[in-house]
Ligand binder design. Sequence first.
Ligand SMILES: [Zn+2]
Length: 553
Amino acid sequence: MSLLTFRALQSQLPEGATLAPVIIATDKTHLTQFAGNKSAYPVYLTVGNLPKELRRKPSEQGCVLIGYLSVKKLQEGKHLTQVEKKSRLQRLFHASMKLILKPLKKAGSDGVEMVCGDGAVRNVHPILACYVADYPEQCLVSCVKYGTCPKCLRDNDDLQEDTPSDRRTPESTIDLIRSAASEATSPSNFEELCHISNVSCGTLKPFWEGYPLTNIHMSITPDVLHQLYQGVLKHLILWSQDTMTEGELDRRIRCLPPSFGVRHFKNGISALSQISGGERKEMAKILLGCLVGKMNNQGLRACTAILDFIYMARYPSHDEITLGYMQDALDRWHKDRHWFIDMKIRNNFNIPKFHSLLHYIDSIRLLGTTDNYNSELFERLHIDFAKEGWRASNHRDELPQMVKWLERQEKMSSFQSYIKTCTTEPASPHASCLKNVSGLSITIPKHPPSPKFPIDLIPKQNDCPSFNRALREYLCSLSSLTIHPSHTEAIPFQKLDVFHGFKFTPSSLHEGDIEIDAVKAMPSSKSKSQRYDTIIAIDPSSENVESTGLEGE
Ligand SMILES: [Zn+2]
């Protein structure tokens, strides 16, 4: 949550009270990979007061599981229509959430005394501030008609407008549903009236009704993974394939030379099934370069604008200037997107995920940068909070077993952290500094591809004529050996293991993302041509080292 919103909400609480913005996330996940269709529907809770670096690390336990929702299919009521079945499931969802979050309502209005990290006892008011979910769940939670915007009143036929409409409010949503219910003459008429008002007819009692200081529509967060990568970018790739052919785009992607930090799709992308968010991110890096020559300038400008927007939406910090860049990218997209209609690739842009871009800047101002409530974080938690528990069960009536297993895990880990606080001394600033400096780790394979290779042949075989001198310089720098780089005395060994590359973890632009990159130095073989990557390394002993630019490197 941004500081401004935090202060605005805090000012509405009694004097001396402390605000804890609560972030809730719900997401269904499959427990079985291939056979069977077992799934779980966990509800996660975390608070906005935690720094995002801690919240994002599952090992820090900044997020907790507070319940599993039902995933059972409706056994009775086979005679029900599709809409009636959906309404029943929606009522079940809201009733379950009401039960799970019941303590939050009272605690939010009266406050609860809590011991804070500094040892002081404060009267804390937990307020539901963010709700993280994918698009179908956003509609389910906020009780809006599927296909419309959960945040504003724009009709589904007008989603392509370049400005959002008036904001929805929880009170008006409930009023619309209840007045439709009182006017309706039959269940199907009720459904019709709700759809005219752009609300859903599932429940008359949403779980968030009466929550202090909560506006469910405003608390729906942007969703970078599903909206931008699996939504907007997916559409853009499909449209790009339509402008040429799938085969032509694949051919262009295959032709790209392998390079640092960019995945090389050696078979193209059209044959990939079940594309992950990570793969989409890699595609975003190379897409634009593959479109040149197949789109005119207007088409390219439109694609550049949307790729710029996606990239900036992930910034880990924002100010008015960078938010201005985002708005500029969005304006450029609206100006040039007509190209896709002119080329008859699209008829319109009434797509909810494209409309959602209009709410990003506002949401970042209100709730903070998108890495605070990224749905990837909660998807990662499925491993610890659902899949591991499922594996520990005997796969029959699994939920009670999973809950018990998780309870035991939590008890063990809190005992472990208690033992840790009892036995470790407070960390000195010097120690943490050392840890930061040695953050970069390099890994090489256990077995070298060219073991015990004669030293004399290394320069020719690996195309590195200065190898012998570099080796002498290195040996000279080791104090236990007395070899001078310019002297000709023999090196006391004849063979060396030769590695053709190493992997390392670069410091990421986006904190929390773990990237592993590889540097290759491979001589040509029967099947592959040679590849020698260029690397630029910082020499930490140089006084001119800069974190940006090339001076001192
Ligand atoms: Zn909207």
